[in-house]
Design a binder for this molecule. Structure first.
Ligand code: SF4
Length: 302
């Protein structure tokens, strides 16, 4: 059996030979984050891919992330390190259900979370991420209802922060929903000086305990600039590794040690190696879907 050091050397050899890079999401395991050329949230990964001169990209994340990267960097070979790494939230609405949802709300604008499959992006008007959601929603033509899919908690958070008419779809992220207020209240009592950072996919009772509601990319930037020493972090626990690595003098307390996305954690060093060696699992999307989904993503950038 090949040891970890040899595995990393083999990965690096294949990367140079094939002009490849590895992009990993903030929720990946420690060893996958360490092996990556860049770690970020889903939007940051796709932006980094666009800037890269690599011919091949191994995506350590879930399928919608690799699809988004392919849509925005169609000339590159995009590989998903594990073919089964899908996001349960992204699968909570399908194209037929979206069609019916639109029929029930004629004239509404469909704003889909970046955590959506390519086909859903292609059937939506505009995309949003957890870091730019409010800005995107505020930029939508006034007096139009907005169908916010698929995460009802993200939609509920946006609704509270704007005057816009938001109609949520009934989806949720099982990992963020598993974070309960109980442990957070205890942590807050124990660490009176801590800043509480909560992801907008958490439930309203968890959001109510926050000092800031931020996407993971925003959390990374906020912590770096903050004068505080201690942070309670309510999102998937993988982010804590990155936060500690980049801010070794600060303390990060996960709101729930069980908030682990098992779909994200399907990716391993072995799978990255096989992905690079065999050039699997390639993301291949229909040209029409790519075109429509790209337009949806690009509207977000304006
Ligand atoms: Fe999907 Fe939630 Fe896992 Fe993110 S943490 S990939 S939203 S299930």
């Amino acid at each position: 059996m090949i040891n970890k050091k040899e595995l990393i050397s083999s990965i690096n050899r294949l990367k140079s030979k094939k002009n490849a890079i590895i992009l990993a999401h903030n929720f990946q395991s420690e060893e996958v984050q360490d092996a990556a050329d860049f770690v970020g949230d889903s939007l940051e990964l796709s932006q980094r891919a666009m800037k890269s001169k690599a011919a091949m990209i191994v995506v350590c994340g879930v399928r919608f992330m690799a699809e988004t990267i392919k849509i925005l960097s169609p000339e590159k070979k995009i590989l998903l390190a594990d073919k089964n790494s899908s996001c349960p939230l992204a699968e909570m609405i399908n194209v037929g259900q979206l069609k019916d949802f639109k029929k029930d709300h004629p004239g509404a604008v469909v704003a889909c979370y970046i955590n959506s499959p390519a086909e859903i992006k292609a059937s939506s008007d505009i995309c949003l991420s957890s870091s730019n959601a409010l800005k995107v929603i505020e930029g939508i033509e006034k007096n139009k209802p907005i169908l916010c899919i698929p995460d009802k908690y993200l939609a509920g958070f946006i609704k509270k922060m704007t005057q816009r008419e938001i109609v949520p779809w009934n989806g949720y992220c099982p990992v963020h929903v598993s974070i309960s207020p109980k442990n957070m209240i205890a942590l807050k009592k124990e660490h009176l000086d801590a800043d509480v950072l909560v992801h907008p996919q958490c439930t309203p009772d968890v959001i109510a305990l926050s000092d800031r509601v931020l996407g993971t990319g925003q959390m990374v930037r906020y912590v770096k600039d903050s004068k505080k020493d201690t942070f309670i972090i309510a999102t998937e626990i993988g982010i804590n590794y990155r936060l500690k690595k980049e801010n070794p003098q600060k303390t990060f307390l996960p709101a729930s040690k069980n908030a682990i996305c098992k779909n994200m954690r399907l990716v391993t060093l072995e799978k990255i190696f096989h992905s690079l060696r065999l050039e699997t699992f390639q993301i291949d999307l229909k040209p029409e879907i790519m075109k429509q989904a790209r337009a949806c993503l690009q509207r977000m950038e304006r």
